[in-house]
Design a protein around this ligand. Sequence first.
Ligand SMILES: [Zn+2]
Ligand SMILES: [Zn+2]
Length: 390
Amino acid sequence: MEEASCKEYQELMKDRKSSAGPLPSKMSMDVTFLGTGAAYPSPTRGASATVVRFEGECWLFDCGEGTQTQFMKSNLKAGRITKIFITHLHGDHFFGLPGLLCTISLQGCPSTNKLPVDIYGPLGLRSFLQRTMELSHSQLSFPYIVHELVPTPEQCPAEEWKEPSSVDTGEVSSPEAHGKTIYLDPVEDSYTLVDNKQFLMKAFRLFHRIPSFGFLVEEKPRAGKLNTQKLKELGVQPGPLYGKLKEGIAVVLENGTTISPLEVLEDPLPGRKVCILGDCSGTVGGGAATLCYEADLLVHEATLDDTQADKAREHGHSTPKVAAEFAKRCQVRRLVLSHFSQRYKPAGQIGEGDVEVTELKRQAESVLDGQEVVLAEDFMTLSVPMRKQT
Ligand SMILES: [Zn+2]
Ligand SMILES: [Zn+2]
């Protein structure tokens, strides 16, 4: 192990630990597309992989074959991943996972204190990883924990449905801590994955050839600014009392007056919302539309263009029209189309007989009322700006 890579690993661990600390005053959130192609990776489009960076953490959504080399070509570091989310168990969404984990392990430093990587995905994913690691005699330098989502029969055609009891859940001896088994909350029509002070992450049901999920990342609202003019008038001196009020704690002045945070705090800042959907020809139940409502960014697949709508539906996929109708229903601010059939080449890379992807943008725009439509391309990063006070 080279010394440099050990240092890098220690830096990473420091970053990962500090991300659990207090909120930084300025928080950036961005989304990077590492793979925007359907079915298989090609020189112009990698297989599905999307990265959300927030709170100093790096979260990977889907990990198609070749994701690790896409990371290397980008300015992101795979070693910074703390959570991985797999939308469904078609190969173009998770065949890259064992290789990526092994490479992160090779690049790490075995002597340092390690934090686990949390992996969320459909039932069967734990068994897949355990068996792959066992068969290849791969030993990771860090622990990983797989949390499995239990799908429902409505998420795929009846002939494709496998009863959860028949899915090999891989209850074998394993050094990995056993993750959670997460069931649908029938009232909310969603799966709660993470709920802490800073953010909420949920999954919701989609319809595809096999059960597929979408994921929500929602930032919690943050305390508004202190009204310093008002504080001055009330006789509160800058110092520790400011901090307490900002945290929402009432303070008592020396003269016995109680100051409530409500008197001196401006309105809270609303949190941002990013939704990333797996392959689908539609949603199941009301969970998806509720959770995606007014999302800042909605990433939706559009495998084929609107002229191929029947074929798309038959294969459990969407066209720009389907994506835009959902975006319109949810009143999202920005719609990003991704997971394009490899026939749709990025603009400027058109060869003979190729179809340009820009037609798909036009098709989505014709449904929407002026909301922005973005065509995802490999290595594109979109920042999600802070919301204004409402
Ligand atoms: Zn796919
Ligand atoms: Zn699929």
